[in-house]
Design a binder for this molecule. Structure first.
Ligand SMILES: O=C(O)CC[C@@H]1NC(=O)NC1=O
Ligand SMILES: [Fe+3]
Length: 398
């Protein structure tokens, strides 16, 4: 029993689903009751009540888009970009994703796990309990499976839940540069089938972009994903209008991600398919992009918006979900409430999860307790972590 706390349940209404002087009753790993202290059922034992001393409690945070497992790093490229090279120029010069592929293919599973855990710990320290982790730096069957095994193993080493996404359609590896369609049919799809067979993936992702895969190639991968009863999501309209968002909506995608170049018509289509728009301000910031996602159109068509770190060694070496929250407001114009919904309720939806992301009876008892009094402070502060305690599955933990 948690007493004397402000609770941002993140239910859609009222703002933040806020309960000023509330209580939460936890039973095992499930929330049994939440509400104003004055309505606390009389039969609830006060024996192990814990006084929160007025602190704010939110749902634990969810980072719904990361490439947190990867080999090597790309600081050299960072310098190139600061000297004016564009992301696409670097990619075409064999830098970018392909340089991380080389490092990831060479890394052992232990190396990959140890380096990923340093970034996982940064997210845990900010109250995160669920992390989505993509493959996509192997681009051969063995390394894609190696990445996904490492991603799955994170749960054995930390108190977090991991959702994995297959991203074999991330880039065309050099050995297939002249025949990308052969990569799709001879490597990407067989890797997808092997990963599905081994139970290593929860969803299938792709990168639909001029420097990556065409809508037709993505459609081939998504058709196979649907045959395997796997949900899909897509890196879409990040650097140009390619039709990725429309394609993803056609496949009933859980989410479309980046979407800086999505149109108002795309927003209309997304609202029909129930697809979440995942905004990734870390990549927008790192790449010094100027085109912003059509937040107004997403609002107008009630497209749920999520936020995530897109933690990856190239376009978004960001391991702070709280900074992503602040950037979502500053760069993309989200309200603090929309931003917080973007790393709780809407992030859960982007992962196809219905047992978390809000504080309500029956939900998992995954909570974050903050040394702040109002939820807007979480987006307001820059580079400051006010987390007091994290509760994972009903247990206080680090
Ligand atoms: O630069 C990297 O390593 C990943 C880039 C990342 N992947 C993608 O599909 N879009 C991105 O920004
Ligand atoms: Fe990404």
């Amino acid at each position: 029993l948690l007493l004397n706390c402000a609770i941002a349940t993140m239910m859609p209404t009222p703002a933040y689903g806020l309960i000023e002087d509330g209580c939460i009753v936890i039973n095992g790993d499930i929330i049994q009751w939440v509400g104003p202290k004055s309505d606390l059922p009389k039969d609830i034992s006060q024996q192990d009540a814990q006084d929160m001393q007025g602190r704010l409690i939110t749902p634990a945070l969810i980072d719904c888009h990361t490439h947190i497992v990867h080999g090597g790093y790309r600081a050299t490229e960072f310098e190139m970009r600061l000297n004016g090279a564009s992301y696409e120029q670097i990619a075409r010069a064999g830098g970018g994703i392909i340089s991380t592929v080389t490092d990831t293919r060479a890394a052992t599973e232990t190396d990959l796990l140890q380096s990923a855990l340093t970034r996982v710990d940064a997210l845990i320290a900010e109250g995160v309990t669920i992390i989505e982790v993509k493959s996509g730096y192997g681009l051969d069957i063995d390394t894609e499976l190696k990445m996904l095994r490492v991603a799955r193993s994170i749960e054995q080493h930390r108190n977090v839940r991991i959702k994995t996404s297959f991203l074999g359609a991330h880039a065309v590896p050099p050995e297939y540069a002249s025949c990308p369609n052969d990569y799709v049919t001879q490597v990407c799809i067989p890797a997808l089938e092997a990963a599905a067979q081994l139970g290593l993936i929860d969803a299938v992702d792709g990168f639909c972009e001029s420097i990556a895969f065409t809508p037709d190639q993505i459609a081939q991968v998504f058709t196979r994903a649907k045959d395997l009863h796997l949900p899909v999501k897509l890196h879409a309209e990040q650097l140009s209008q390619t039709g990725g968002t429309q394609l993803a909506a056609k496949f009933g995608a859980l989410s479309v991600d980046h979407v800086e170049y999505a149109s108002a018509n795309d927003a209309k289509v997304l609202s029909k398919s129930g697809t979440v728009a995942v905004l990734l301000p870390g990549a927008f910031y790192t790449l010094q992009e100027t085109r912003k996602p059509p937040v107004y159109a997403f609002r107008k068509h009630s497209v749920p918006m999520a936020l995530a770190t897109d933690c990856n060694p190239g376009s978004s070496p960001l391991s702070s979900i709280l900074l992503a929250l602040n950037m979502g407001c500053i760069f993309f114009g989200l309200t603090p409430e929309e931003a917080l919904a973007g790393i709780t309720r809407h992030a859960a939806r982007a992962l196809g999860l219905n047992d978390c992301g809000i504080i309500d009876a029956g939900m998992r008892a995954d909570l974050a307790i903050w040394d702040v009094s109002h939820p807007s402070e979480l987006a307001y502060r820059i580079g400051f972590n006010p987390l007091h305690k994290r509760i994972f599955g009903g247990q206080l933990c680090h």
